[in-house]
Design a protein around this ligand. Structure first.
Ligand SMILES: Nc1ncnc2c1ncn2[C@@H]1O[C@H](COP(=O)(O)OP(=O)(O)OP(=O)(O)O)[C@@H](O)[C@H]1O
Length: 253
């Protein structure tokens, strides 16, 4: 698998008052074209910080982030982020308009008609057909997250970055969205880096799981997920994979 994203010797600290808070140190890993990678670690291990740097929202103290051979120096539409917050959509626009608007801003599609057709394709992909004319306040949290995912995918990013997008959903809705996301990922071939602190979520979604340690700010382990897809927590092999990952996390506490 060719490397889509390369993270090289990344280091990041924040100043908090008079002290320097070290967050990430010697972070090295690659993400392959079309791969689904989860960043997992306890609270404060630097998962979101790492994702924000990959997005180009923040700069590392040292080290390099390279996408398709080009250093990341700031945000671009090649890397689109989906957040945990349900209020990512424009409240005054319909679901369809929410997907069409960024396409127009990025001059994707030759006409409004073409952009609306593109938006409808991505909304159908996340199973929101029939909701195109709804406003965000008429949607459940899960439906809002689906719309945010459709909007991100419609921009056809090189990299989809997801920061605990299902973190505020109930368990059942979360499972449905996980299945939807895996299907969309398989259909589009998009490369995904997904932050979670939920082991089950990482085991259901990821090809590989990058486990961050809060203790030394480094990567504790990169776990290859050996379970066949579609993943099912009822699979007798699922608890073994879960335990393997849990063991890595335990050692970081
Ligand atoms: N802008 C900032 N300024 C100062 N400190 C920050 C900033 N952003 C994050 N931090 C600190 O960096 C550390 C890592 O934060 P980060 O949000 O990346 O962790 P996380 O693993 O995503 O945690 P969680 O799972 O709780 O979201 C935390 O101690 C946090 O307080």
């Amino acid at each position: 698998m060719s490397s889509k994203l390369e993270i090289k010797a990344l280091q990041k600290s924040y100043s908090q008052g008079n002290t320097c808070l070290r967050v990430l140190e010697a972070i090295d890993f690659t993400v392959g074209q079309g791969e689904f990678v989860c960043l997992l670690g306890s609270s404060g291990s630097g998962k979101s910080t790492l994702l924000r740097m990959i997005a180009g929202f923040e700069t590392p103290d040292s080290g390099e982030i390279v996408l398709d051979g080009q250093p990341v120096t700031g945000p671009t539409a090649k890397r689109i982020m989906v957040f945990q917050d349900f209020n990512q959509l424009f409240p005054w626009k319909t679901v369809l308009e929410n997907v069409v608007f960024p396409l127009k801003m990025k001059r994707i599609g030759a006409s409004d008609r073409e952009r609306r057709a593109m938006a409808a394709v991505y909304l159908a992909m996340v199973k929101l057909e029939g909701c195109e004319q709804c406003y965000p306040h008429q949607l459940s949290g899960g439906m809002k997250q689906k719309a945010a995912i459709a909007r991100a995918l419609a921009l056809q990013p090189e990299l989809l970055l997801m920061d605990e997008p299902f973190g505020s959903l109930d368990a059942q809705t979360r499972e449905v969205l996980q299945q939807t996301l895996v299907k969309v990922w398989q259909d589009t071939g998009v490369t995904i880096v997904f932050v979670t602190h939920d082991i089950q979520e990482a085991v259901i979604l990821a090809d590989r799981i990058v486990i961050l340690s809060k203790n030394n700010h480094r990567i504790r382990e990169i776990v290859q997920n050996t379970l066949n897809r579609p993943r099912d927590p009822g699979d007798p092999l699922f608890p073994k994979m879960w335990q393997e990952v849990y063991g890595m996390l335990d050692a970081t506490e």
